[in-house]
Design a protein around this ligand. Structure first.
Ligand code: ADP
Ligand code: MG
Length: 257
């Protein structure tokens, strides 16, 4: 067996007793979670409960925040990402992120998608194919193929968000983190992105923070409920929505919060 053969039962992401402080303030408390490959996991919970902080730990984006201290472990594909010898650039290539507000670079549609592959040394002659493939996978090729040199900022909000997804896909991550990717979008754009996320899980492992309970119920396989920095409950989505084990989970999903 070669090293490339992965243990299929190994979770894509494992958090083990993760604690995080901003200065003196503890924001994540003993979070443990196992996320299987090729699944969609929704993280729900009130504002300020630590959802964004948690997903930012998964590609060490929190390293960029001063005063941030992490204890505990996160394993991605079995490897401790806070351990020694971790290449953070490589980690962030493997674990991509899409934000709430679409944030295309102020350059053309083409250059947005080509940006990451160029940095990672893609061959010039391969770029057209990489860009097309990423735009197709993000379900925005049909709308952009005749205007690839147009400014990305000329697209609608929903299109910009799909372009940002294409930009992430172009560097071939294996995990994609979405932080409230549809909060700034209209219902039709939201539905398109939900469909897209459900489609992507055959090739990627997806973690999505959302305030939208219908969205979590519709698109996710697993749901985690955060409250005050703790992971109160993590289970299959239908279990969380139909048979929550904790009263606070039930209160939150039924809107009694
Ligand atoms: P959520 O995404 O669930 O709304 P966050 O992870 O953004 O929650 O925030 C969790 C807590 O951490 C909040 O109390 C927030 O005020 C605090 N926080 C977030 N970012 C920082 C930061 N850079 N410095 C200090 N405190 C922060
Ligand atoms: Mg947040």
């Amino acid at each position: 067996m070669t090293e490339a053969v992965q243990n299929v039962s190994q979770p894509q992401i494992e958090a083990e007793n993760l604690n995080l402080w901003y200065g003196e303030k503890q924001v994540l408390k003993n979070i443990s979670m196992q996320i299987p490959r090729n699944s969609v996991t929704a993280l729900i919970g009130p504002s300020g409960s630590g959802k964004s902080t948690f997903i930012r730990c998964l590609n060490r984006m929190n390293d960029l925040i001063k005063n941030c201290r992490v204890e505990g472990k996160i394993l991605i594909e079995g490897k401790d990402i806070y351990g020694p010898d971790v290449d953070v650039v490589e980690l962030r290539k493997n674990v991509g992120m899409v934000f709430q507000k679409p944030n295309p670079f102020p350059m053309s549609i083409y250059d947005n998608v080509a940006y990451g592959p160029r940095i990672h040394g893609a061959n010039r002659k391969d770029l057209d194919g990489i860009v097309e493939q990423a735009l197709r996978s993000a379900a925005i090729w049909e709308e952009t193929s005749d205007r690839l040199k147009s400014p990305a900022l000329s697209l609608s909000g929903g299109q910009q968000q799909r372009l940002c997804i294409a930009r992430t896909l172009a560097v071939k991550p294996r995990t994609i983190l979405f932080d409230e990717p549809t909060s700034a979008l209209d219902p039709i754009s939201t539905a398109r992105i939900e469909d897209l996320i459900m489609n992507l899980k055959k090739d990627y492992t997806i973690v999505i923070v959302t305030h939208n309970m219908q969205q979590a119920a519709r698109i996710s396989d697993y749901t985690g409920f955060f409250l005050s920095g703790e992971l109160i409950e993590f289970d299959q989505t239908r279990q969380i929505f139909h048979n929550p084990q904790e009263k606070s989970t039930e209160d939150y999903i039924t809107g009694r919060f």
